[in-house]
Design a protein around this ligand. Structure first.
Ligand code: AMP
Ligand code: MG
Length: 423
């Protein structure tokens, strides 16, 4: 597809009237989609990848009590020596979960473990490496700060504080945070169900024999992987041949069961594609041309109550358009607060070719050069059917519409895959 569009007289990529920019298309999609309304209460262990439907308010202080940040000795700061050394008698031990219940008096200390409650009287912990043990006493030198190595109750979170807002996706850190509050379950949005299928007579599922002119269906595996990573419920409807009946049946089956439908292929102009014709009959779908490369055609709208994303068939275009449009939209459908994708500016190690007109999402490799500086380079071939390049890439290099290419050393916008692939 790289050379499918002949160069226009101005040397620009052709951008037909009515073409949308990437930002316009994303805004239009996001302005229409609202989160799945149904909520569920789920146990923490089942909540990974779900999105909070309600704010979480802390029922407790975290930490719940004053505790030690170190293994060492709990002392009274008033007894710390200003100069020289001081001697303390060890009167007990405070273990994590088994506190020492007495009160530390003048000249006394308590052996204390990390996480153990700091006994009353004491307010400071001396690291064991800084204490000289002499029988039932310790000797410490000057130079310690009052209050050191003591974690105060509520230092992390105070009771009554809003800890997590609605729209927060639950990652491992949030699950741990909720557990640290003693919260056993949370209210989340129901996970949307997303149906997906590939279209095209040329497609054969891996494991089958290729007939003349046929290729293996790769997009369904890409879409499956991207949906599974997002954490939606998935419904695989397989490969649908290019017949009116099969395409219509597939859309009806998908729309009757799912909140959203993602397909690949059949959205560009082609004789044997019944996708457009069927969608005109069954749904309200717009067929867009987007000023981007790869991924110019995109269909978006509704089919009998289900959101529909018709991604272009070329394998790299499928991945790029999913990440740029379907993924943020599905995140919103899941209830998540969707921000701008993370980009960083990095010098490009080599010149990159581009014609003005469309936003390029070139596949790149972000790495450190010999002096440890982050740089980016192209994976090489940038045509929209080159999946091996997509697989070698760890980022998109985003070149703006007006750009006519970059010289080596120029800073470019890079979207690391970690920022978009991870939940
Ligand atoms: P289409 O948008 O249906 O015209 O397809 C554009 C290009 O992508 C054609 O070369 C198709 O053979 C290819 N293609 C479409 N669907 C898939 C798929 N599921 N897996 C691999 N290639 C595909
Ligand atoms: Mg096709």
């Amino acid at each position: 597809m790289t050379n499918a569009t002949p160069p226009s007289p101005c040397g620009c990529d052709e951008v037909p009237p009515g073409t949308l920019t990437v930002e316009q298309a994303r805004e239009r999609i996001l302005s229409l989609i609202t989160p799945v309304a149904e909520h569920r209460r789920v146990e923490l262990m089942d909540a990974l990848g779900s999105v909070l439907a309600e704010a979480v308010i802390s029922p407790v202080d975290v930490p719940p009590h004053r505790n030690s940040a170190m293994d060492g000795y709990a002392v009274r700061s008033a007894d710390l020596p200003a100069t020289g050394t001081a001697r303390f008698t060890v009167v007990g031990t405070s273990w994590a979960g088994r506190p020492w219940t007495g009160t530390v008096a003048e000249g006394q200390c308590v052996r204390i473990m990390t996480g153990a409650e700091v006994p009353s009287g004491a307010d400071t912990v001396i690291m064991q490496e800084h204490a000289e043990r002499e029988g039932d006493a310790i000797v410490i030198a000057s130079g310690h700060q009052p209050g050191q190595n003591v974690r105060q109750p509520g230092e992390d979170i105070r009771r009554g504080e809003v800890v997590l807002e609605p729209g927060q996706r639950l990652r491992p850190a949030e699950l741990a945070l909720l557990a640290s509050l003693g919260v056993p379950e949370v209210a989340v949005h129901r996970k949307p169900k997303v149906a997906f299928f590939s279209t095209g007579d040329e497609l054969v599922a891996p494991g089958g024999e290729l007939g003349p002119g046929q290729i293996y269906d790769s997009n369904r595996y890409a879409i499956h992987g991207m949906l599974a990573t997002l954490g939606v419920e998935i419904l695989d409807l397989g490969v649908i041949p290019d017949t009116r009946e099969a395409v219509e049946q597939a859309f009806q089956a998908a729309a009757s069961q799912a909140d959203a439908i993602v397909t690949s292929g059949g959205v560009s102009v082609g004789d044997a594609d019944y996708v457009k014709e069927t969608l005109d009959r069954l749904g309200e779908v717009d067929f867009w041309k987007i000023a981007m490369k790869p991924g110019k055609p995109l269909a978006f709208g509704k089919v009998a109550g289900a959101w529909f994303f018709g991604l272009p068939g070329n394998p790299v275009s499928t991945l790029v358009t999913f990440y740029q449009f379907a993924q943020p939209a599905l995140r919103r459908l899941m209830g998540q607060n969707v921000g701008e994708p993370l980009t960083i500016r990095v010098p490009c190690a080599e010149p990159l070719k581009k014609r003005p007109g469309r936003t390029d999402f070139q596949r790149g490799i972000l790495e450190r050069d010999a002096s440890g500086r982050l740089t980016v380079r192209s994976v090489g071939q940038q045509a929209s059917h080159i999946l091996s390049g997509m697989s070698r890439a760890n980022c998109f290099i985003i070149l703006p519409r007006e750009s006519g290419g970059v010289d080596a050393g120029t800073e470019v916008d890079v979207q690391p895959f970690e920022g978009i692939l991870c939940p």
